[in-house]
Design a protein around this ligand. Sequence first.
Ligand SMILES: [Fe+2]
Ligand SMILES: [Fe+2]
Length: 284
Amino acid sequence: MNRPLKLVQVSDIHFGGEHVAAVEAAVERIAEEAPDLLVVAGDLTKDGKTAEFDAARAWLDRLPGPRLVTPGNHDIPFAGPRELLARLLAPWRRYEQRFGGRESQDWDDPRATVVTLNSARAFQLRMNWSKGAVSRRQVRQACAHLKAAAPDALKIVVCHHPLIEMIGGPMTAKVHGGTAAALAFAQAGVDLVLTGHIHAPFVHPYPFSDGCTQAVGSGTLSVRERGVPPGFNLIEVDDVDIRITALAWERTRFTTFRTWSVPRRCVPQTSNENGATEVAPLVV
Ligand SMILES: [Fe+2]
Ligand SMILES: [Fe+2]
């Protein structure tokens, strides 16, 4: 039996418009949870301003590591002539100076392999640049990395924009290449695709392949609420199930907003005393 795995998934903190009390309380709660990995699924800032990035970095440095960070559409400077110039000349400089490369970060463990990909774009051939895009090259690279995962490891992709639309969600992501990426990840046996952007938590399976690839969205820790209180996700994994808990800030504390439990795609295998591989018994 593998040790249980715990991830914390936060997104859309939007420093410059953060929910001050929730962000502060999240530091304590995340420290209590002591996750194996902290995942930050983009939109760390409101307008991509230097002071907002500095506040985001200072906050993340108070949280337990290790962490993986991927940018969102708000993490590119905009709003104002100087900001637009920064967007034009060096759209990712502020982000990358504080959080490292935007394209791909990874975390490898016998229990999970996690890779990020950047779904935000500085410019697009459409009016709304807040929407996402994923290229075939990005999908190929992520799949190649996940192929090298340990035999029983969960395969997890992190990006900012949900790759396919959430029916009834408070907003859309309209990701160019998103459906093809979701199909490829389902066929590659990806277990979880962790995203932000919607500002409301959700879990739903992709309607592709074996139906066991789960799209998992986290809410916001900002005041940009869309019908759901500020919050973030806990993801706990054992040999049988994946449990996702969306926490919500209620006046003075985080409470459980909603929980989901989904079975793992395959029960991890163990080796017997002769070195032969056998399926671990299901304990119900
Ligand atoms: Fe956002
Ligand atoms: Fe966003």
